[in-house]
Design a binder for this molecule. Structure first.
Ligand code: GLA
Length: 374
């Protein structure tokens, strides 16, 4: 009897060890990472890291601009397609007018009125690059620099580090930025940002991925169905600087509280959607938006720790970009962005959540894009 009990116990122990080892084995094999040299920039090599999970989802990341170069996901018919805009070759990203495809954006994502802001009584001027305003970090933002890339232990994450020098593009303080991209087994891309500074500065980081969930089958996003969990938005003036007001979306074309076809009210918005929504959320990571493309069945959900979401309907795409993936013509409204962020021009808008970062503090932002079908 006793012998049997001991033998059984031993079996359970061995089985547990075996299952644990198997689970370690599969989690190791679950994501594969392939590195490929895709070009050079400022004399240094540019590497693309392609992460593939067991479901066959693929994500491409390059160390130039921390750009997401591809997101290949399955449609409901089982076929795979790339839902991101981008170029066939690395050089495409260097062309004038590349509209931040897939890039990391900083030091201050979105617009700063006249590039001017004051911190602790000192006036700073960020580089102007958009109708007399500063957009997405200025002339050479975080989207146009080389990041130091490392494959993290566990083989499912790429870490990118960039040191933005004191005074770069008109921003005070040496800012150390770390971004970790992770592909998960359940088809999500997690982006974790952290940063610290040695002088008080402003910071607003995001990613500028453009999605068309049909993966090139539909020339516009009019039939994509979008939900944004926000009951207010921040109206803007003619140069897209917020007026400072928070306005109810109810009864306006900005209302995406229930899922709605993007094409339904698009022509009622002057210039198209390019606004910041004030998310209905508490602190922490929460799902705040989703997009569904009925033909492919692809469904994207967005979760973030941020208070705002810039939904941009690709209004400035005009078919002129060259070297695009498969030669696709990226015309107006081909793709949309869902940029999780702090509100535009926050340093000048005292009613908006603060974007100040002080020495000794750590900036954090996490955003998760999850893909599935239905
Ligand atoms: C952001 C801006 C838009 C546009 C694009 C890039 O989303 O809000 O106005 O500048 O970037 O073209």
């Amino acid at each position: 009897m006793k012998k049997n009990l001991v033998a059984n116990l031993m079996n359970v122990v061995f089985l547990s060890i075996f299952l644990f080892a198997c689970s370690l084995g599969t989690s190791k094999q679950a994501i594969s990472i392939v590195q490929q040299n895709v070009g050079t920039y400022e004399g240094k090599s540019v590497t693309e890291y392609t992460l593939t999970n067991a479901a066959g989802m693929q994500v491409g990341i390059i160390n130039y601009g921390g750009i997401l170069t591809k997101i290949i996901t399955q449609a409901k018919d089982g076929s795979y397609g790339d839902v991101l805009t981008g170029y066939e070759k690395f050089d495409g990203y260097l062309q004038k007018g590349n509209p931040y495809f897939g890039a990391l954006i900083g030091r201050y994502a979105n617009r700063l009125a006249k590039g001017t802001y004051t911190i602790e009584g000192i006036e700073y001027k960020a580089a102007l690059n958009n109708n007399g305003q500063s957009l997405h970090g200025g002339l050479k933002g975080f989207d146009k620099v080389l990041w130091e890339a490392t494959v993290l232990p566990g083989d499912s994450s790429i870490q990118l580090i960039y040191l933005s020098k004191d005074g770069e593009e008109g921003y005070p303080g040496n800012l150390k930025v770390e971004v970790v991209y992770t592909l998960t087994a359940n088809n999500a891309i997690k982006i974790q940002y952290t940063a610290s500074t040695d002088k008080t500065t402003v910071i607003n980081l995001t990613n500028h991925a453009y999605f068309n969930l049909s993966a090139g089958k539909s020339p516009t996003i009019y039939d994509h169905i979008l939900q944004i969990k926000a009951s207010k938005f921040t109206p803007v003036d003619t140069v897209l600087i917020p007026t400072g007001a928070l306005v109810d979306v109810k009864g306006t074309p900005m209302d995406f509280t229930s899922p709605k076809k993007i094409g339904l009210d698009l022509d009622k918005v002057v210039g198209g959607y390019d606004h910041n929504w004030v998310l209905n959320k508490a602190d922490g990571l929460q799902e705040i938006a989703n997009v569904y493309e009925p033909n492919s069945g692809r469904y994207l959900t967005v979760a973030t720790t941020e208070p705002g979401l810039q939904f941009y309907s690709g209004n400035f795409l005009d078919g002129t970009l060259t070297g695009t993936k498969k030669g696709i013509v990226y015309n107006k409204h081909y793709a949309l962005t869902l940029e999780t962020q702090h509100f535009p021009d926050s340093p000048n808008q005292h009613g908006f959540p603060s974007t100040i970062l002080k020495p000794g503090e750590t900036y954090h932002q996490t955003t998760v894009y999850s893909f599935s079908t239905k």
